[in-house]
Design a protein around this ligand. Sequence first.
Ligand code: HEM
Ligand SMILES: *[C@@H]1O[C@H](CO)[C@@H](O)[C@H](O)[C@H]1NC(C)=O
Ligand SMILES: *[C@@H]1O[C@H](CO)[C@@H](O)[C@H](O)[C@H]1NC(C)=O
Length: 511
Amino acid sequence: MALAATFFKFAALVLFTLCLHRLSQYLFRKKDEPPMVPYWLPFVGSAITYGQDPYVFFFRNREKYGDVFSFVLLGKKMTVCLGTQGNDFILNGRLQDVNAEEIYVNLTTPVFGSGVVYDCPNALLMEQKKFLKFGVTTEALQSYVPLFEAEFHDFVAHLEAFQGFEGSISTTRVMAELTIYMASRTLQGKEVRQKFNSNFAGLYHDLDMGFTPINFMMPWLPLPVNRRRDLAQRTLARTYIQIIEARRKLGKGLETENDMLWHLMSSIYKNGNPIPDQEIAHMMIALLMAGQHSSSSIASWIMLRLASRPDIAEELYQEQIRVLGRCEKGLMRPLTYEDISLLTLNSLVVKETLRLHAPIHSIMRAVKSPLSIRTGGADGLKERAYNIPTSHVLLSAPGVTAQSPEHFESPSYWDPHRWERTAVKEGDEKVDYGYGMVTKGASSPYLPFGAGRHRCIGEQFAYLQLGTITALMVHEFKLSLMDGETGIPGTNYTSLFTRPLDPAMIRWKKR
Ligand code: HEM
Ligand SMILES: *[C@@H]1O[C@H](CO)[C@@H](O)[C@H](O)[C@H]1NC(C)=O
Ligand SMILES: *[C@@H]1O[C@H](CO)[C@@H](O)[C@H](O)[C@H]1NC(C)=O
């Protein structure tokens, strides 16, 4: 009895404290700062609602507070800036104002290795991005299409799940495997692809397990997964260095002469030094990790979308026949780079899928000097200005404008044809941060590849890879949803890059 009473008192005290805490959020709100999403648990804040479905969280709070608001995420105050103005404010922010590496370094350095990407000054990242971007020249991309196609046919011929005339596949599992073979055969080079047949796949998996949200804050936890991550990073880096040394001895081969590794091996930093082998190794690992998750996620979504819309898949098939004369089985000529660019609807399928399923829902920046943001009008609320102190972290979610009715009619409807009817305002202002001209995209509601100095350099490669997979899958198979399914699966937001909830099964039938 006494125990129950004590417990009751304790529970009442906790409840009272929480209520007081919540009340204080209203009473002591700083009027010049963005409104704070109220929360019950200190430290945890809105982590649960944000983590379950960030888009539901963003849209619901946007309705209440407008385009600019803050929330607490595991002890950190996050300030969300939505709308085209918000995208521009964060992504095109000045170097002295916003900073990416402080946020990302904990997570990425143990995975990529030291000295590259976020483990170096931003000026060096800009140089590294220039090397990477100029490593995917048109010649390189042209040489990749036959390799993509060879990997695809080899994969389909050998995968258990593709034997026979019809069957079902887990899109997430199958696309993850297919995209990594394709990317490693092309961007990573012949030697790395060969190693994927033996020990690389396991090492890649161990490394990948280190790419989890908890490691933003506590990358050093002495857990077995982190030990395996560190071992895999060292082993992979050593393997790349051996490949580089072997290439130096043997010289250029016809099959690899255009690839990224040779390009990095002959690149020179502005200070006149070549890139040290270890940094090349770490950049190659970064490239592998950066491209893989986004591409495999989008490839899975494309397959799911096509399975749910056989009419669009049929249009894609007819487009191939019309444009490329590709129909008779066994007699088709190999695909080329030019072919992929001629398949207009095929590219629009990629584009539309990126609109609804951009794999990165939150882009974060540390605030380096006190900022002020003007907002209002566009979000239906009156014009106002807020101060953002350096203790806050900025969060940009360009996926919100991509899914807003102000910018896209019936935004949640997947419709590749919409891009034939409406052109999206890109804004033509261009800027060079050191890795070639990029559009600032300041007024564009569609930024699946980001904007500003941290913009993606993998866009052309991703479009080519995804366009080739789409064309080949449609040519080979008729896809449909599983019996009894009426729609596609929801989104898994627990991993760093979003993807369909497993197993995301679909049916296939050979044409
Ligand atoms: C569908 C595929 C892809 C999507 C949607 C995507 C998306 C993005 C986004 C949104 C950013 C900006 C991140 C930020 O501002 O913090 C980014 C940066 C980047 N991406 Fe991609 N990406 C894709 C594929 C690739 C591929 C294939 C590669 C490599 C070839 C790649 C390499 C990079 C690199 C190096 C950066 C620069 C990071 C920085 O400057 O901080 N991405 N990507
Ligand atoms: C990075 O890790 C350190 C040490 O654990 C931690 O103090 C810091 O807050 C982390 N950074 C971020 C952005 O979470
Ligand atoms: C969601 O992603 C996490 C992290 O990658 C994974 O462990 C989990 O199995 C996934 N859940 C589903 C249902 O897809």
